[in-house]
Design a protein around this ligand. Structure first.
Ligand code: 5GP
Length: 133
């Protein structure tokens, strides 16, 4: 059965899309630690991040780098933090979280409650900051 993230990529489940190319997809985490918290996934379904092919991890990281730059521009922060957990959803993903302090990366923190309108505005703001190749 397809993972929930594959169903998001397929458009069967809605998401607030931030960026996409042929192989990767970036969208807002539905339980964000901070405004701009984004997930980057490969469209190819692989559970464990470190089971991805070497070249695939490298390309995914370059894709995430562009998304992180756009997040930082859209939501000024000290740095964009990156984390790989994958304990909840068995589809490899990178979390990108704008950080004002180290505490912003604590996944035990309470999550933000945002309205659909707020989610849409955040995704649009990040998307508008993406450099066009
Ligand atoms: P992890 O697998 O890294 O431990 O956590 C999975 C992350 O995916 C969580 O931060 C959770 O909020 C997010 N998530 C789970 N299901 C959905 C979903 O259907 N849509 C979105 N946008 N995020 C999800």
């Amino acid at each position: 059965m397809a993972t929930i993230f594959s169903r998001i990529v397929a458009g069967e489940i809605p998401s607030y899309k931030v960026a996409e190319d042929a192989r990767f997809y970036a969208f807002l985490d539905i339980n964000p630690l901070a405004k701009g918290h984004t997930l980057v996934i490969p469209k190819r379904e692989v559970d464990y991040f470190f089971d991805l092919e070497d070249e695939e991890i490298a390309a995914m990281q370059v894709f995430a780098k562009k998304v992180a730059a756009a997040i930082k521009e859209a939501f000024p922060c000290i740095k964009v933090g990156q984390a790989v957990l994958g304990l909840e959803v068995p589809h490899a993903h990178i979390h990108l979280v704008p950080m004002q302090s180290e505490k912003d990366m604590l996944f035990t923190n309470p999550k933000l409650q945002l309205t659909p309108q707020e989610f849409k505005e955040i995704a649009d703001r990040i998307n508008a900051c993406l450099a066009v190749d």
